[in-house]
Design a protein around this ligand. Structure first.
Ligand SMILES: [Fe+2]
Ligand SMILES: [Fe+2]
Length: 152
């Protein structure tokens, strides 16, 4: 649904075809730690997109990509721990989604290391995946945490 704005903006044309994902309140899960992780994750994702977009060299792109990958691992582990501690019923499915995303990022990374192009499609796919995951799965988790806050 386009109308309630998460906000996957496409940069104005130039040579720019990469999507950036802009934080908005639509992304809030209500869990402060998860929300601040997500903001950082989007910043890193956009840095990656824009490094590619502005034609930065492989050393810089590699650096940003590594940072994005490391932070993604950190954030997913944190979220999974929270789910386990709170007996989140959808833990298994949610964890598998994380694993899929990690695989995609690693595929992009390997592809790039092997001299491949980082196409707009790949970045746009990842941007949409990431924002879609936060809007659906992570917000579902946020609601659960809110409802069970007294016990956990
Ligand atoms: Fe998640
Ligand atoms: Fe998340």
């Amino acid at each position: 649904m386009q109308n309630q704005g998460p906000v996957v903006d496409t940069l104005p044309d130039l040579d720019a075809h990469w999507d950036v994902v802009t934080w908005s309140r639509d992304y809030e899960t209500g869990h402060t730690g998860i929300d601040s992780d997500h903001q950082r994750l989007l910043v890193l994702f956009n840095e990656f997109s824009q490094a590619v977009n502005s034609g930065k060299g492989p050393v810089v792109i590699r650096e940003v990509l590594d940072e994005l990958t490391d932070y993604t691992h950190y954030h997913f582990a944190r979220e999974e721990l929270i789910m386990q501690e709170c007996d989140f019923p959808d833990y298994g499915r949610h964890k598998r989604m994380h694993e899929t995303f990690i695989r995609q990022v690693e595929d992009v990374s390997k592809h790039y290391m092997n001299g491949g192009d980082l196409s707009a499609f790949l970045l746009s796919f990842l941007a949409k995946w990431l924002s879609g995951h936060i809007l659906s799965a992570d917000r579902q988790l946020g609601r659960y945490l809110g409802e069970n806050a007294a016990e956990h």
